[in-house]
Design a protein around this ligand. Structure first.
Ligand code: PLP
Ligand code: COI
Length: 354
């Protein structure tokens, strides 16, 4: 049986898988809720979205996603408060960034209503899947890819926009040890580094595997030209605290303009923390680690939230970060998650009620 609400056709799953899920032991992004949203681009326009039971999709082997990697995605989270209200965090920023990414990959941009109304309808249907345990949330993965056919190396004429959701726990299981990269590059000037393009992640896997074999969890990417400037990590933007100043690199066409990053900057400034957005050299960070002025490093991202970095490796040496009691990371993590989960006032207007 299907119903149509706000132009969205909804076909409900015959039964729910929710009782098969252990909500007390969730990992990140490995179980999926009952429904997904699918929207097709064909004949030069986005067709009305459909919500249907979560299921595999069929593609022609010549679909251009397989050959030319036209794919972009977003990462968001839904939270439920004690009164069972459902909240998103700055969802329009994700929508805008998805279209910024799409434009760079010659993918047609989505209408806002299909993204926002589609997402709201999907969350309404699957709201029981939003975990309420501390640190857990419903991770939301909107993505767009080329489903159109043909080996000609040119943009496809058909695309799919899909939103899947996954009740998830923490992205990292503990503190994170990172390797500052000296050889490989994630992105280059004029490239696609600022876009949330699938290929940016594929290109990171091999260097990250090499780092993992040496005991690190993530690579911190440096600029492709000199490898002297810290840019961002594989799945998060990076903050460094030297003495009492919090520093993060400016965004550029090589760095993802993280929504958590910009929220952390605003939050920290509003709390009177001295924040500098400036280029950070690896030498500066190594020197600060040696002379004891490097107090903290942490990553910030939707999946990673605020993840403290316990040590970094560079040119064969490991540098441990001090174990402080009151860290900017823990303070800012609590501030941002309290806003996200409606435990506190939101003076910034970031929280969005579904
Ligand atoms: N940088 C990269 C490469 C990412 O994959 C992410 C995750 O989305 C981020 C930064 C953080 O961005 P956001 O805070 O918008 O999730
Ligand atoms: C996110 O934080 O939402 C991301 O997309 C990062 C991803 C690599 C899990």
């Amino acid at each position: 049986m299907s119903t149509i609400i706000n132009d969205i056709e909804i076909i409900k799953a015959e039964s729910s898988k929710i009782n098969e899920v252990d909500f007390d032991n969730l990992t990140f992004g490995s179980v999926f809720s009952d429904h997904m949203l699918v929207c097709d681009y064909k004949e030069g326009k986005w067709q009305a979205p459909k919500i249907m039971p979560y299921q595999p999709i069929t593609l022609d082997p010549s679909a251009k996603i397989f050959h030319y990697g036209q794919s972009v995605f977003e990462g968001m989270k839904a939270y439920k408060d004690v009164d069972q209200n459902v909240w998103l965090f700055r969802p329009l920023d994700n929508f805008k960034r998805l279209n910024i990414s799409s434009k760079r990959l010659s993918i047609p941009e989505l209408p806002e209503a299909y993204f926002m109304e589609g997402l709201k309808a999907l969350l309404e249907l699957d709201k029981d899947w939003i975990p309420t345990n501390d640190g857990s949330s419903l991770y939301i993965r909107p993505f767009v890819f080329a489903s159109g056919q043909g080996f000609h190396a040119s943009p496809a004429d058909e695309y799919k926009f899909i939103i899947c959701t996954a009740p998830s726990g923490s992205y990292f299981s503990g503190d994170v040890k990172v390797l500052i990269e000296e050889t490989y590059s994630r992105s280059a000037n004029g490239g696609v580094g600022f876009a949330k393009a699938g290929g940016n992640y594929a290109g990171q896997f091999y260097p990250t595997q090499l780092a993992k074999a040496k005991g690190y969890h993530q690579v911190i990417w440096t600029d492709d030209n000199t490898h002297e400037y810290i840019e961002e990590a594989g799945a998060m933007n990076i903050f460094v605290r030297i003495n009492d100043t919090l520093i993060t690199a400016p965004t550029s066409d090589r760095i993802l303009d993280g929504i958590t990053r910009k929220s952390i900057i605003e939050l920290a400034e509003s709390e009177g923390i001295d924040v500098e957005v400036k280029k950070i050299t690896v030498t500066e960070v190594v020197e600060a680690a040696k002379n004891g002025t490097l107090k903290e490093m942490f990553g910030a991202g939707t999946a990673a939230v605020v993840s403290p970095i316990s040590a970094f490796g560079y040119k064969g040496t490991d540098y441990e970060l001090p174990k402080l009691n009151d860290t900017y990371a823990s303070f800012l993590k609590k501030r941002i998650t309290d806003i996200q989960t409606n435990k506190t006032e939101d003076p910034f207007g970031w929280r969005f009620k579904v």
